[in-house]
Design a protein around this ligand. Sequence first.
Ligand code: GLA
Length: 611
Amino acid sequence: MLPILYLPLLFPLQVAALMDGLSSTPPMGWNTWNKYGCNIEARLIRETADIMVSKGFLDAGYRYLNLDDCWQSNDRDYDGNIIVDRYAFPEGIKAVADYVHSKGLYFGIYSSAGYQTCAGRMASLGHEESDAINYANWSVDYLKYDNCNFRDGISGKERYKRMGDALKATGRNITFSICNWGSENPWEWADEIGHAFRTHDDIIASWESVLEILDVHAQVVQYGGPGHWADPGMLEVGNGALNIEESRTHFSLWAAMKAPLILGNDLTHMSDMIYDILTNRKVISVNQDSLGVPARRVVHVAGNLDIWTGPLSGGSVVVVIVNYGESERQIPFTDAIVDYYGEKIQVEDLWTGKTSQMKEGMMLSSPIPPHGCTMLKLTNGTSIPYSDSLTSNASKNHYPPEIMQNDIDTSKLEDVEQTLYEAEALVNVVSGLTLRYMDCLSWSLCGDYWTRRWGLRLRINDGEETYVYLRKIGDLKAVKEFSMGLYLDRDINSITLDNPEANGPSMDSIILKKHPNSNFNTSKGAVWTTGFSSEDPLAGDHWILYTLRCIVDYMLDAAIFACGISTFGFVIYLLYGYFSRLYRHVYQPVGDTDIGEYTLQNVSETNTSIA
Ligand code: GLA
C-alpha cells in the first residue's frame, strides 16, 4: 500500500473535451429507469413533465426528461428504422418529445452500442447513422447510450465513437451520455466522444451500493470536467432503502463530485424531506459551479469517515464530511486537509444555512448523524498550491481522525517511488512526527531480519540522517503508530523517509503535529526518537539501543523456543507412557492378564501359610 495523505485540488487533468458548448456544467434531469424500469408509457412522461415544471424542478435546474430502455420494440421496419413500442407510445416518440418541449424541458432518449438494449429491445450497433437521424427528427436533446449485447470484438471506444460521430453529423445539439459502466477505462477516451461517461455498474437503491460506487468513482472522478463529466450513476434519492440521511449524503456527494444529477424517483409522490433534498439550491449550485472541478476524496477511513473537497469559482471551496459510523459524532478537519488557508475563513453549512468562522486553521463539524454528512462552503481563504510535480494517481487515502483531535496536521505528502516518502511542512516550530505503518509480508525483504524492525532513514531538510526503527506488528491488517520529536527550522521544511537497504514500508500516513509545548531544549533541525510518545521503548539508532533490541528480541525467541522444546518433550513423555502401557497390556501371557489379582493371590497364600 502506497497511499498519499494529501491530494492536490487545483490540478484538474488536462484532457481534450468536446468543445461544443454542451454540458459545460453536469447535466440535470430525470430518467425513467430507476423507478419504472420497463413500465413506461407516454402518460408517465407527460405527467412527469407537468410535475417537473409545477413543482419547481425545472427552476431548480433539472432540464432533461429522459426515456430509458423499453421505448422500442425489438424490431426494425423494412427501412431499418427502430419500431417504437406502440402499446406504450401509441403516438410515437416525436409527440412525446413535443409535449416535453412545450413545457420548456429538454427531451432525452436511450439506446445501446450493441444489437439489443439491456432489456432486449432493438439497439443501434450498425445503425448509428439512421438512428441518430431519427433522434434528430424527433427533436431529441440527449442520448444515453448503453453497453449491452455487442459481439464481434469491436472496442467500446469504436462503438461509442460511431454513435458520437453520427449524432454530430445530424447537426443537432444532442448531449451524449456514454453508459459503459466504467469498462474499457472510458476515462481514457470518452472525453473526446461524449459529454458524460459512467464509471461503475448500475446503482441500486441501497446504502451499500452508494458506498461501493464511491470507492471506484473516487479513483477516477478527477477525469471529469466541463463537457465530459464522470458519471457514478443516476440518483436513487427517494427510492428503495436509503434513509433520509443516506439520501442527503448520496445527493451531497454526487453534487460535489460534479456528477450528472439525473433523478430517478416518482416525482408525483415523495416526502417533503426528499423534495427538500432534491431542490436544495445551494447544493445544486455547487454541482453547477462554473469552475467545473470535481471534489476529490482527500480522507478516507473505510466504515468510519470521508472528507471530500474541491475548489469552486470565486476562490471558494466545498467540503463534504461523511460519517460512515453508526452513531452521531463531530468530525474535525484542518485547513491543510482541505487545502484552504486564511485568517478569516467563512464557513457556510449548505444544509442548515448556518455560518461560522474557522479558528486557527481547525474546525469541528456540526454533529453528523450515522451515514449522514456535513456539506460546507468555505470562502475568504486561499489555496496554496503545493507542487507542480504532484500527480493525481493515488488510490487510497487514510486519515487517522483521533490524531486530529488536538493537533494541527500541516503535512503534505507525496509518494515518489516505492521506498521513498517525502513531505513538506509549512511550520517552523517544535513538532511531533507520527508514522502510521503496516506490517510487511516478508521481513527478509522489508526489514532488518535480525531485529525484526524496519530501519527507516529520516532526514529533515539538509540535516543529518537518522534512523527510525519500526517494530513488527504480527498482524497484516493492523496499523501501528510510531511517534518522534523533531524541530523544524524554516517556513517550509522538507522531510524525507526511505529505506536504502530494503523495500519501503507500507506507510499508512505521515502526520506532522505541532507540539503544544515549544520549550523543548533542542537545537534546530534536531530529531529525537526517544522521550516522545513512541510505542517502542527501544527506538533509536544508538548502539546500546540496538544491542538491547537484539537481546530483547532473542530472549523472546529463546523463550518461545524453550516453550516449544518443553511442550514437545512433554508430549513425547506422554506418548512414551501410553505406548509402554499398551505394550505390556498386549503381550501378557495367556491366563495371566490381571497382574493385580495375581499378586493378591500370592499375598493371600502367604498370609494363609503364616496363619
Ligand atoms: C443498463 C444501464 C441502466 C439502465 C438499464 C436499462 O443496466 O446501466 O442504467 O439503462 O441498462 O436496461
